[in-house]
Design a protein around this ligand. Sequence first.
Ligand code: KIV
Ligand code: NA
Length: 270
Amino acid sequence: MKRLTVPAIKRRKFGGKTDEPLVMLTAYTARQAQLLDPHCDLLLVGDSLGQVIYGLPSTLAVTLDMMCAHGAAVVRGSFHALVVIDMPFGSYEASPEQAFTSASRVLAETGAAAVKLEGGEAMAETIRFLTERGIPVMAHVGLTPQAVNALGGYAARGKSQEEHAKIVADGRAVSDAGAFAVVIEGVLEPIAVALTQTLDIPTIGIGASAKCDGQVLVTEDMLGMFERTARFVKRYDDLATRISEAVATYADEVRSRSFPTADQTYRAKT
Ligand code: KIV
Ligand code: NA
């Protein structure tokens, strides 16, 4: 099976040839990518790996080196889904040129086909600069975690009329600038519905609306690896409990010398 391409994803807009929503999840490692790849249209190497993999308090300290290392692993572990790699905080905001230098390094070192960056109107010029130079960009509007200090937290966005209008303008701006898709995170539903109905590019919701053209979640969140997650996360499993139980059994068996048994022990043939 050939890997999905950026134009193929861009065509996946409601009212287009297919009304099948885009399925996207985050992946940070090769093995995780192998497991998700058959089920997903897109794999996102999210800068959420800062919290999920590195135990950082936010995404702000994530580096290009981290994104390149994990991005390359995810590309190696997948062959069907389009891999999109987050541009980390500080690697693209200063200028379109800075963004091109960083994004071209990401694509060259990982083999991924697209990058994602946060921001609306303020990033429109940069999105145009990159797309016109062969770097497909997925945009990310609404609750943008790299702006946590400016936003004052991770609360849902768009509760005032001004904020609502600003997020709609952001979505319009990134679409006009040439983004091939846009993630809409943590907004009141009417904003996500309005953007989905008015933009020509697919909208991918997280804490947005079932009416978006696709959905994304952080894989560890939906698998129940964390005790606390945002309200928009649905838990499809409780891996934290399952891992704790398995490890507790292993620890008991080591301490009681019931592991390893003959099955796990090498002996000379007689
Ligand atoms: O970093 C990330 O995982 C993301 C998704 C939640 C959209 O940006
Ligand atoms: Na992100």
